[in-house]
Design a protein around this ligand. Structure first.
Ligand SMILES: [Zn+2]
Length: 475
């Protein structure tokens, strides 16, 4: 074990999935032609007046409620002043001393142990635009300017890259379940800044550095590991760590300093004169809190304790909110939890992964899935045929029963009809029939296989097996 203790605090920026931007009615959409989602307000024309998007305020409060924050009933806006080409107003409208949410905590499992990290605050602010460098020029795209985001600040209670990643995974899950953000790291809708210092055991905290704008869990892990190694080297060689803002280069896997404390910016925060403070009543807060669904940790617990699923299955099913919702809906319609879990984890997740580009796309409703499972249970179709049924109804309005008929897959359970087929197969295969009478039991599956082939899997294999044995024995 290293003799240094690592102390990490995270600042996570998470874009909210509202329809429009924070202070104007431009669409809040990823991508699009550069500067096509802009207007005089979000491109900072002088004299324009911002109007607060109430949904964004609600989502920020919902995020706070999901992690147990105290919601400030009086919260205000402040201008954070700095000049950079991606910020046309030359200030970012943010919240300084009275954020919407204070405190809260997130618990998660890391290397088999439960860990809790306390939150300092969550505030609401606007995103900046994006610089695009190409062909020796730099262009600016203001589509992202004014997109609402929450900045979530943890207390410095994280002590390793593993803990930081596990914390972020849990936070992402909570926000996705809450429906406030897609948290798509590859689209930049969630980004993390890492504040990190190291100190010998028993000594006061060391000088911290801040590595900004990490946009994947992998970058967060690698940046933390690289920065721990760098600070350890500096101290071991008798140097001192300089307080600075750093950038981590994903391609080379190394970090470098951008600016030291001496040239750190003074943002000269001051209250935003163009916006009224946000005033919430207890009833407002309760109403927002009531819109929160059951979150991942609670579902996982319910799946193991009430439905009797294994911890592994519960983890798999709750990974994606849409999958967990499908599973819950199917069980609510009467499906056996274990059978529904197996079907969702094998067929739905396999199919959802192939067709969806990101995460899992669920193309069936709980009603359709419950019907498939009921048809299998009643022996109307077998499991193999159920996959064709699933393909047929995936993203179509057809019911499972309609699909079974459309595909001609309804299983034949008529003993009389199956018996006739069995007699035909036996007389067509006198050799194997004799083998069975001579004591070769394996020949049974040969006959069932032939029957399934002849009927394209449409007869009940259990009835067929029993009849083959009976007729071979008595004839
Ligand atoms: Zn706009």
């Amino acid at each position: 074990m290293s003799e240094y203790i690592v102390t990490i605090g995270l600042e996570v920026h998470c874009e909210l999935k509202t329809e429009s931007k924070l202070f104007c009615s431009c669409p809040n959409k990823f991508g699009g032609e550069p500067n096509s989602h802009t207007c005089p307000i979000c491109s900072g024309h002088p004299g324009t007046m911002p109007v607060i998007n109430k949904k964004a305020v609600e989502y920020a409060i919902k995020a706070g409620c999901a992690i147990g924050s105290r919601i400030n009933k009086f919260s205000k806006w402040d201008r954070k002043n700095y000049f950079y080409p991606d910020l046309p107003k030359a200030w970012q409208t943010s919240q300084y001393d009275l954020p919407l949410c204070v405190g809260g905590e997130i618990s998660f499992e890391v290397n088999g142990e439960e860990k809790t990290v306390h939150m300092n605050r969550i505030h609401l602010e606007e995103d900046a635009g994006k610089l695009v460098h190409s062909g020796g020029h730099t262009a600016v795209d203001y589509n992202r300017c004014g997109v609402p985001l929450i900045e979530c600040v943890t207390e410095p209670e994280i002590h390793s890259a593993d803990e930081a990643v596990a914390f972020l995974e849990e936070m992402i899950s909570i926000f996705r379940y809450s429906g406030i953000s897609d948290c798509k790291m590859q689209e930049g809708s969630i980004r993390a800044d890492v504040n990190l210092s190291i100190a010998k055991r028993g000594e006061p905290l060391g000088t911290r550095t801040e590595t900004k704008n990490l946009n994947s869990l992998r970058s967060v892990r690698r940046a933390i590991e690289a920065e721990i190694a760098r600070q350890t080297d500096v101290l071991e060689s008798g140097g001192r760590v300089v307080q600075e803002t750093r950038h981590f280069d994903d391609a080379s896997g190394t970090g470098y300093g951008m600016r030291s404390k001496e040239d750190a910016q003074d943002y000269r925060y001051f209250p935003e004169p163009d916006l009224m403070p946000v005033v919430m009543t207890d009833e407002d807060i309760e109403r927002i809190k009531a819109t929160l669904p059951e979150l991942k940790a609670a579902r996982r617990k319910r799946y193991t304790e009430t439905l009797g699923l294994s911890a592994y299955d519960a983890e798999q099913l709750t990974d994606e909110p849409s999958v967990a919702d499908l599973f819950d809906g199917t069980v609510a319609l009467g499906a056996n939890p274990k059978k529904a879990a197996n079907y969702v984890m094998s067929e739905i997740m396999r199919k959802g992964k192939t067709e969806g580009e990101d995460g899992i796309t669920v193309g069936v409703t709980a009603k359709q899935l419950a019907e498939i499972l009921a048809l299998v249970d009643k022996g109307e179709i077998n499991l193999v045929a159920s996959k064709d049924v699933l393909d047929k109804i995936w993203q179509s309005g057809m019911s499972a029963s309609e699909a079974v008929d459309a595909l001609g897959l309804r299983q034949n359970n008529d003993v009389g009809e199956i018996e006739k087929l069995v007699r035909d197969i036996i007389s067509a295969n006198p050799g194997p029939a004799q083998d069975f009478r001579n004591g070769n039991e394996k020949v049974l599956s040969f006959f069932v296989g032939q029957l399934m082939k002849a009927t394209r899997g449409k007869i009940n294999p259990k009835i067929a097996g029993e009849l083959v044995r009976k007729l071979l024995t008595c004839s």
